[in-house]
Design a binder for this molecule. Structure first.
Ligand code: CTP
Ligand code: ZN
Length: 152
């Protein structure tokens, strides 16, 4: 898409999560714990045309960098995403995502008896499987929509 057709403005500083599968933008925002009440400036493109993906989502968050834990969970729902760090309008870093061996935080274990669900919970950690994730504490497996288990 040429600059003349740009759909969402460029940002001055922050993070652009690009090449997200169409329809997953709100799940990416959930991973970041953004629901609008925190006052962040966010631009979202949903199902915009992309040469590579047909349709893609784009999420632009101003004045924010992502933690590795956030990036790890994003890589499960948007494996082909690129994470672009923007400084003074320039892309100063472009990260492609690797499938992590495990993810920490962000997801809750669905097993109410899990140690991670106690009154004084320990942070969740899930081993990443080919077709889901497995709690390292109680071995509960989340196979379907892991996005139903985002807690932020
Ligand atoms: N972007 C932005 N604000 C900036 C610079 C870039 O919002 N100041 C966005 C672009 O719109 C694009 C993404 O960040 O969605 C990556 O920018 P860039 O690397 O310039 O684009 P491409 O070369 O098309 O990226 P890729 O090769 O990853 O598709
Ligand atoms: Zn568990």
């Amino acid at each position: 898409m040429s600059d003349r057709e740009l759909r969402i403005s460029k940002i001055q500083n922050g993070t652009v999560i690009d090449h997200v599968p169409g329809g997953e933008a709100l799940n990416v925002l959930a991973v970041l714990g953004i629901d609008g009440t925190g006052g962040e400036t966010v631009s979202i493109g949903m199902n915009v045309e992309s040469d590579a993906l047909g349709r893609k989502d784009v999420v632009k968050v101003e004045d924010r960098e992502l933690s590795q834990d956030e990036v790890d969970v994003i890589s499960l729902i948007a494996p082909d995403a690129t994470i672009n760090i923007i400084r003074d309008y320039e892309v100063i870093e472009k990260k492609r995502l690797d499938r992590p061996e495990s993810v920490t935080g962000v997801l809750a274990c669905p097993n109410h008896d899990c140690i991670t669900a106690d009154d004084e919970p320990v942070a969740t950690t899930f081993e990443v499987l080919d077709d889901g994730v497995r709690c390292v504490y109680c071995e509960t497996i989340i196979r379907e929509d892991i996005t139903d288990h985002i807690v932020r």
